[in-house]
Design a protein around this ligand. Sequence first.
Ligand code: 3HC
Length: 694
Amino acid sequence: MSDTISFHVHGAIAEAVVDNPPVNATSASVRQGLAEAIRKVEADPQLSALVIRCVGKTFIAGADIKEFGKPMADPQLPALLELMDHATKPIVAAVHGTVLGGGFEVALACHYRIALGDTKFGFPEVKLGIVPGAGGTQRTPRLAGLETTIKLTTEGGQIDAAKALADSLIDRIADSGDLAAAALAYAQQLVDEGKGPRSAGALPMPADDPALFEEARKALSRKMRGQSAPLRILDAIRLGYELDFDAALMRELDLCRESIAGPQSKALRHMFAAERDVARVPDLPADTATRPVERVGVIGLGAMGRGIVMAMASAGMPVIAVGLDDGHVAAAMKAIGKMWSSSVAKGSLTQGAMDKRLALIATSDDPRDLGAANLVIEAVTENLNVKKAVFATLGQVTQPGTILASNTSFLNIDALADASGRPEDVCGMHFFNPAHIMRLLENVRAAKTDPEVVATIMALGKRIGKLSVLSGVCDGFIVNRMLSKRSREAFFLVEEGASPAAIDKILLSYGFPMGPFALGDLAGLDVQAAARLARAANATERELRADFVEQMVADGRTGQKTGSGWYSYDENRKASPNPQTDAMIAAHAERHGLTLRDIGEDEIRERLLYAMVNEGAKLLDEGIAPRPQEIDVAMVNGLGWPNYTGGPMFWADQIGLDKVLATIERFRAQQGDAYWTPAPLLVKHAKAGRGFYA
Ligand code: 3HC
């Protein structure tokens, strides 16, 4: 047997046990070992059935992603499953943990399935830009019907064992936690009852429902705009109506292989690996101690503070929420209650869960109450002096060793660290708005932050379900610093003659959820104007001149909340062109004697995106971002950079850094050194013919 499969015999029942850490993926040795186990059972007249189960925390969680793009050793997964289809003795899958992708396909090709009660099932292939390749699109509809199949395969979510049972995707849920024993007993029962093998492929496809496919196609084109895999998966399911089972499996495999070879899957697989890489901070030993965090304090209960309180309580973390005074605290708790109540009304949260969350929140208007917290997150107004005063207080009212984190978006955390008197305990935890929803958390290591503090906040991020990315201290950290370059170019492009709507459209078609101007209107132009003001001392004359947001704010137009900004908004916040914006741009050009020109789509897209790539290269050069992975993960999850391009640094590598550099040099000649001097690292890599990723 192979080194990842052990074979055991219990009377007439054989057992093939997969042990291929970390997630029992169907690597070559697993495929080989399972094929051998099936042949052995077939050949041995003493054996009547085979149970396949896994050790460790999960049943097979998919094909081995690390094998993709490389020649695959035989047997390939579909060939293994074909062996199962033709086996003459029953094969039982005993599943637990997360039964995903190729693992789910193995289970569905087995003739019977028994699961632990807390097992989860899904087809995450779509998230990797892949069409399932081992019968997922053919066996699932025959067992569970079209609706469940379409949802599972095109959205990549998971269902629990109860739903899997109701949908005939499994046959029984084990009564006890002893899955191995339950599976052997089940196999014995099947043998005793004379039950033979059965293949899902022998079942008919459910009645066709073209309208359901059409509806799904429309919804996916909207929800997963720009991605090719979801629609290819629908095509794959339809093969069941066009071809017989075996031919459909072969064609499904072709679609799977084509999708793996495509650029979107390459980028999405890069994102999968990068998300896991960023959890391991390069210069922080894996065994660095973490400090216990049993209660978190949040000081400052504006929109960000409230979101952080919600994020903590939703994750089961006790919170002490401290506001300026009674009024602020009451208003914050009212707002939090309102948001959760609306989730209860929509059915996405139960009243019981909401009550539990509320019970975790203690409130106060006295910072001294933060003495009971192990970690305090400061989310007061974005003003350095105000924040310094808060850190000075926190340094006094909290216990030594309590971690003091700032949620600032761009202020200097080293200055806050000094103000606290305990700089080794100070760091940044920069949440994105709305903090209880956005997955990204930029953790910031300041000059004197203790390694234990870094390890603790990275672990805390994971514990509360966030994707933590470590950044160093600089103006705006990773996301906002890169975003500020895109904003600069967006304003310059408007000054030069591009319309905000045209610019937004170009980024929308690149794959961003919205363009810079729609985003400004959503976030509030007053917020953007305040950020520009805070940075004015370091701004160039041209940057100061492009003062569109200041003009709109002075005019009372702060975006969606006032019904007018770059766009006009109706009562449902639906956008339409805003004549005031056109008039403002025309008057601005006249006032400053600017000549407007026609700007091509390529130039607009490249200026907006390459400005960010170049800044990303500077972040790497300066060591603010430890690796390109941090930048790609942060930009995809913080700014909505389309994940299927792999984030800015991966995307630039695919274009070729020599080409990116040549374009940047062209912009430099046109726009000036102040904006387009290429980052030294970009030049170095471009000249060496390599990318940001080795
Ligand atoms: N292949 C290879 N390695 C995998 C893997 C896979 N399918 N899935 C996870 N891993 C690795 C991770 O890279 C990570 O490695 P690292 O420690 O070196 O970084 C390790 O397993 C642990 O993964 P996580 O950190 O994600 O652990 P969690 O416990 O948080 O999550 C999981 C476990 C739910 C299984 C999660 O890893 C996951 O969702 N994995 C992806 C599953 C997937 O996409 N399967 C489909 C693959 S495509 C396919 O099957 C095609 C088929 O149709 C032919």
